[in-house]
Design a protein around this ligand. Structure first.
Ligand SMILES: *Cc1c(COP(=O)(O)O)cnc(C)c1O
Length: 390
């Protein structure tokens, strides 16, 4: 199909031309004497994106899933108990991975469309007098349902319970897009991936560890080899990596972070809020509902839109793709068929989103969802114009 493909899944996201050009480099020796001058500033900049001066950043050749494993295996031992809230496919998969690593996971089931409940976490931590719970796992932005949880509030209840558990945060679809504060929120292990807010291809896992997490590493007995942070700590200290890095990806990461700093991290978060608010105005104008049950859960990086009874969300996605060259995200697991998702993160502006909303309207009408053509687009346009004039 001629024209640009409209990529509106919540990862991988659009790669700006600037980043594609930055990645177009000849191979070089990763043991060359100037390599540390290249790698060291990148690792320092990753800390800035996570908003930490206290923590240590690591970049490994993996994806967000590998980041989950890095965070857990480097700090915990088989049989250790962790507390995890489950309210979507990604929180579910992290729990599954933790169990496969030999951890004992106590699951707090939350309704899909809601997020981590600080009250429920507090109750479990207060009841854990012997401090058997070694970690609390929170998915900051549940990409499957379009729900953002309050990580700062989770930190508050861990402190209120005077509980020593480590705080593990999946920030794969939030870090680099939404406000994320590693130090201020007292996060111990945070995980990001390259193909979402970082606007890169998949292939890098970005992990940040607090000093407390690095200390826990010394007694952590989970098996680890490729993902052993010890090797990275030693090699990174000299400005190198323990094995061959993907150098084009590092060039891309450097460029992506330069773009984020040029815009300003606060402005990046504001832009995501602005763009998402227009999408939410469109959804309201269509007379449809988000999967997020209350506005406090609304995600600024992905909107999961419930389709009416009798309609399959997968049909909207197929029609959008085959007829309009528009890629939308699917409903997963419990919400399969019940919704479709618009990813609105990364390299994106108002007009790109208006185009996507226009395609969504046509696809919805094609599969029998009774909406008025242009209603959502007009609502988003009106929102953007009003917000821009403020
Ligand atoms: C995409 C995503 C993951 C998985 O990342 P991969 O890079 O696909 O391994 C994990 N958590 C969240 C919240 C995600 O959005």
């Amino acid at each position: 199909m001629p024209g640009r493909h409209f990529l509106f899944v919540p990862g991988p996201t659009n790669i700006p031309d600037r980043i594609i050009r930055a990645m177009s480099v000849a191979s070089e020796d990763h043991r060359n004497p100037t390599f540390p001058d290249f790698l060291r500033p990148i690792l320092e900049d990753v800390k800035k994106i996570f908003r930490t001066t206290q923590g240590q950043a690591f970049v490994l050749p993996t994806t967000g899933t590998g980041g989950w494993e890095i965070a857990l295996t480097n700090t915990l031992s088989p049989g250790d108990k962790v507390l995890a809230a489950r309210f979507g496919q990604f929180s579910h998969l992290w729990i599954d991975l933790a169990r496969r690593l030999g951890l004992e996971v106590e699951v707090l089931e939350e309704e899909w469309g809601t997020g981590a409940s600080p009250e429920n976490i507090l109750a479990k931590l207060e009841a854990d007098k012997k401090h058997e719970i070694k970690g609390v796992l929170v998915v900051h932005n549940e990409t499957a349902t379009g729900v953002t949880s309050d990580v700062a509030a989770v930190r508050k209840v861990i402190d209120a319970a005077k509980h020593p558990a480590l705080l593990f945060v999946d920030g794969v679809s939030s870090i680099g897009s939404l406000n994320f504060q590693f130090d201020a929120w007292g996060v111990d292990m945070a995980v990001a991936g390259s193909q979402k807010g970082f606007m890169l291809p998949a292939g890098l896992g970005l992990v940040c560890a607090s000093q407390k997490a690095l200390e826990a590493r010394k007694s952590a007995k989970c098996a680890r080899a490729f993902f052993d942070l010890d090797d990275h700590i030693k090699a990174n200290a000299t400005g190198y990596t323990p094995y061959t890095p993907s150098i084009p990806m590092l060039y891309g990461l450097r460029e992506a972070m330069a773009m984020m700093f040029e815009e300003g991290l606060d402005n990046v978060a504001k832009r995501h809020h602005h763009l998402a608010s227009g999408v939410r105005a469109a959804v309201a104008a269509w007379g449809l509902k988000l999967c997020a049950k209350e506005s406090k859960w609304d995600s600024d990086t992905v909107s999961a839109i419930m389709v009416p009874e009798g309609i399959n969300g997968a049909d909207v996605i197929r029609t959008a793709y085959t007829t309009y060259n528009l890629a939308l995200g699917a409903g997963l697991n419990q919400v399969a068929g019940k919704l479709f998702r618009i990813g609105h993160l990364g390299d994106l502006n108002e007009l790109m989103l208006l185009g996507a909303l226009g395609g969504v309207e046509m696809a919805m009408l094609d599969v029998g969802i009774k909406i008025e053509l242009g209603s959502g687009v007009a609502a988003a346009q009106a929102y953007y114009r009003t917000a821009n004039s403020k």
